[in-house]
Design a protein around this ligand. Structure first.
Ligand SMILES: [Zn+2]
Length: 321
């Protein structure tokens, strides 16, 4: 979705990782041990689940001599052949959800490092939440260089989970449906969203969520893009659907208010104009990119939007920190 020249200020957060995930290494204990012993090996430094930023990059350090391989996950190998590890948490963190510090990261370090952090965070929080076997209840232990756990008793294998979430715009006669939740900042509206349930396709999940939250029947669901969201393990799947009509029946426990917004209103909101009909979601969120995709599909001039709305700093996108 983005070229290498996309300014940092316009990147989709947590997407665009550049590490080689080296599955052939992480499934071979001898190769994992070699990588761990390599003088090139580095460890991503976190405080609990929180990122540590130093000179506009994630902090990395050489592996300490007394580090235990069993307590580390191999995140991958970078383009300078350096194996990158992260230490598994000794204690469960207070919360698995986003903090101000983790949300600010996309403004602070290159996009590929934001993706690296997201991968590490999601993996570490999965280990912290899955210490016991869900089959027999005994302790499980990390396996496959941190990309699995195996039960110490029944030997069942468990793999890091990814929870699919659909996030979607319903479109009706040149307008899109936007809603807001009670807890959001004043004026903020975004695409509707919800978890995919067992036994349904993405298309069915999109139609069900729009019907449940807004009472609108839809058809012709189209996939647009996706985004890993590591709080703790969602995969946001962005779609557009065509609405049969524009009458709204809101589920007021989920949605405080919703309205149909035309292209001029969406353009003004994405550009951050003061008299826009709503406050757009953050640029790093897939909802922002979904709204922009919808505008571009309508033939509006995306350059005009860039010129007006995104004068944030253009950070270097150098992956080698
Ligand atoms: Zn078990």
């Amino acid at each position: 979705m983005h070229g290498r020249n996309t300014p940092q200020s316009q990147l989709l957060g947590y997407a665009g990782g550049r590490l080689d995930r080296v599955d052939h290494i992480r499934s071979n204990p001898e190769l994992v041990a070699q990588a761990f012993a390599s003088p090139l090996a580095l460890r991503l430094v976190l405080e609990g689940l929180e990122p540590v930023v130093e000179d506009s990059h994630l902090r990395m350090e050489p592996l300490p001599r007394d580090a235990w391989i069993e307590h580390h996950a191999l995140l991958g190998v970078d383009d300078r052949q350096r194996p990158i590890f992260v230490e598994l948490l000794a204690d469960a963190p207070d919360s698995f959800f986003a903090t101000a510090r983790s949300r600010a990261l996309p403004q602070e370090v290159p996009g590929a490092e934001v993706a690296l952090y997201g991968t590490a965070r999601s993996l570490l929080s999965w280990h912290a939440r899955h210490r016991f076997c869900s089959v027999c209840g005994e302790r499980s232990a990390p396996a496959k260089a941190g990309w699995a756990r195996q039960c110490t008793s029944c030997k069942a294998e468990h793999f890091p989970r990814v929870d699919p979430v659909v996030i979607m715009l319903a479109e009706h006669r040149g307008r899109v449906l936007l809603g807001r939740q009670h807890s959001w900042p004043q004026g903020r509206y975004s695409a509707l969203a919800g978890f995919v349930e067992p036994g349904e396709t993405l298309e069915e999940a999109v139609a069900r969520e729009i019907m449940e939250e807004a009472g609108v029947a839809t058809h012709s669901v189209r996939y647009v893009m996706s985004q890993p969201w590591p709080f703790p393990s969602s995969l946001m799947i962005a779609c557009v659907a065509q609405a049969d009509d524009d009458a709204l029946t809101l589920d007021e426990t989920e949605i405080e208010h919703a309205f149909w917004c035309d292209a001029d209103g969406v353009r003004a909101a994405l550009a951050g104009e003061e008299d826009a009909p709503f406050v757009a979601p953050p640029v790093m969120a897939v909802a922002w990119h979904l709204l922009r995709h919808w505008l571009e599909g309508r033939g509006l001039d995306a350059q005009r939007l860039d010129a007006q709305g995104l004068e944030g700093q253009v950070a270097s996108d150098n992956p080698s920190a």
